[in-house]
Design a protein around this ligand. Structure first.
Ligand SMILES: Nc1ncnc2c1ncn2[C@@H]1O[C@H](COP(=O)(O)OP(=O)(O)O)[C@@H](O)[C@H]1O
Ligand SMILES: [Mg+2]
Length: 497
């Protein structure tokens, strides 16, 4: 009873400890991956898609738990059993032990053949599964469009088609595993037959008693057991290793907007900006900006105009280092942007994006996003300045109203004004507004322009806009066309001709 009780307690402790260690390991690993995906540049995610990163963090990272806890520990246990069994058999009859071990080289050889194939098939399966996940993510992200165009069936079909390829890969993997298991089983059976054959001859010649042969056969079964365990683990290990490989590949990905080792810190920039022969391309065969040069004194209001696709959003993206230029340099207060610490640099900017993005929390928390400790008065003041206060107080729960995922429970103009309030509260020396009035009516636009005007006071501001009304008070106008700066007009000719 006591022994059984102790045994159970040990099992329980083992299970708990394994679970705890494994989960902690995975959590730490995942945290590092999440940190890493945020460090990677916007263009990395633009080109790879975010679903792949999600799959690597959620599915692949968990594999290190399996490798450590379920791969290595049983492997070590099996290896110890193997050595012990060999020693025992060798003491009874060393010739038989030798015969029994003759199968080791073929076993090794078989696993050498199958391992790489299993690994590459696992990689293939993972790739297909993450592609299927990408379909789901894309569909849910654009659910309104899918519904409006009645394309639900097509999206389901797209998902099923991608998943079916994944299923084929998984079945292929299982078939490889089956063949491999067959080879291992046959090889050990040959070993068993060999031992029996020689053992029977030894019994006949009187070198071994029948009882000893039976003992050897018993041990042999136990000797082959760990060998089979090790082999069987090989296939699942290849699968987990393929996962771990993908997770580590993400971790090894070098951010293409790196921070220099002795980067400067800045408190508050004065706000002088200079572009020096800046060129940029998202991919090498399609340049987006060509040799753009201009200078902006501190506190100036710069309007950026130009047709859609001219590179306006790209230009301001370069300014806060979402990307780095491929040629030339950008200076803030006379220092190249790449010499600043990234966090400090981005702290100098308040930005209102072309499509304002809110988080699925309350309005107050969304406004305070850039300054998490802000008090209620500051939040209300920022909202009032952005022309958001009036509609917020009319909402049933006021500033505590949740806005839904990506702010979808608000209208476009409301989101726009919350985003402006967020920029107000951040109180940064440089301001970027990317078509802030593109999705609102004329009356709302007037309110937003009014708010913008206040927001731009005493800051270097870059405003991308098509509306002439928004250009009325700027100090300088940059006209972009096809990625080239075609006109740089000083204050008096700021209005569109
Ligand atoms: N993430 C991206 N990857 C590749 N090309 C892009 C990306 N974003 C924009 N582009 C291309 O760069 C050009 C300029 O885009 P953008 O700066 O957004 O123009 P806009 O002046 O309308 O703001 C466009 O031709 C667009 O196709
Ligand atoms: Mg744009």
């Amino acid at each position: 009873m006591a022994v059984a009780a102790l045994g159970q307690v040990q099992t329980l402790a083992g299970t708990l400890l394994r679970a705890y260690v494994g989960e902690r390991l995975v959590l730490d690993f995942r945290a590092r991956l999440v940190e890493q995906v945020q460090r990677l540049s916007a263009s990395y995610h633009d080109s790879r898609g975010t679903a792949d990163s999600v799959y690597r963090i959620q599915q692949d990272a968990a594999a290190i738990q399996n490798i450590m806890v379920e791969g290595i520990i049983p492997f070590v246990a099996a290896a110890i059993t193997l050595v012990t069994m060999i020693a025992v058999t060798a003491r009874l009859d060393w010739q038989l032990a030798l015969v029994a071990l003759v199968i080791s080289p073929p076993l090794f050889f078989v696993s050498r053949i199958y391992r790489p194939r299993m690994r590459s098939e696992s990689r293939h399966a993972k790739r297909l599964e993450s592609a299927a996940l990408a379909v789901v993510q894309e569909t849910l992200g654009a659910l309104r469009v899918v519904k409006a165009f009645g394309q639900e069936a097509r999206e389901t079909d797209r998902f099923v088609r991608r998943s079916r390829e994944g299923v084929a890969a998984r079945v292929g993997l299982a078939s490889l595993e089956g063949h491999y298991g067959l080879c291992v089983g046959l090889t050990t059976a040959i070993g068993m037959a060999g031992v029996l054959f020689i053992g029977v001859r030894h019994v006949r010649s009187g070198a071994l008693t029948l009882g000893q042969l039976l003992i050897v056969m018993g041990y042999l079964a136990q000797l082959y057991q760990p060998l089979k365990t090790i082999s069987r683990k090989t296939s699942s290990r290849q699968f987990y290793l393929a996962s771990a490989e993908r997770a580590f590949a993400l971790l090894d990905e070098r951010p293409d907007v790196p921070e220099r080792s002795h980067a400067r810190s800045i408190g508050r920039a004065a706000g002088a900006v200079a572009f020096r022969h800046v060129s940029f391309a998202y991919n090498p065969d399609h340049p987006v900006l060509h040799d753009v040069s201009f200078e902006v004194p501190p506190g100036a209001r710069v309007a950026i105009a130009g047709p859609t696709g001219a590179g306006k959003t790209t230009l301001v993206g370069l300014l806060i280092r979402f990307y780095d230029p491929i040629a030339g340099g950008i200076l803030l207060d006379g220092v190249d942007l790449r010499d600043y610490r990234l966090a400090d640099l981005r702290n100098q900017f308040a930005i209102v994006l072309q499509e304002p993005v809110l988080f699925s929390t309350s309005i107050a928390e969304n406004i305070a996003y850039g300054r998490p400790g802000a008090n209620e008065l500051d939040i209300v003041r920022a909202a009032a300045a952005a022309g958001a206060h009036d509609f917020v107080v009319r909402l049933p729960r006021g500033y505590a109203t949740p806005v839904g995922e990506r702010g979808m429970q608000l209208s476009g103009g409301e989101r726009q004004r919350i985003a402006l309030a967020r920029a107000f509260l951040k109180d940064a020396p440089l301001l970027i507004l990317d078509e802030p009035t593109s999705s609102v009516d004329v009356k709302t636009e007037a309110a937003i322009l009014d708010a913008m005007d206040r927001l731009m006071q005493g800051r270097t501001a870059f405003v991308i806009t098509h509306r002439t009304s928004a250009l009325a008070t700027c100090d300088m106008r940059l006209q972009l066309e096809g990625g080239r700066l075609v006109e740089m007009a000083p204050s008096l000719t700021c209005q569109e001709p």
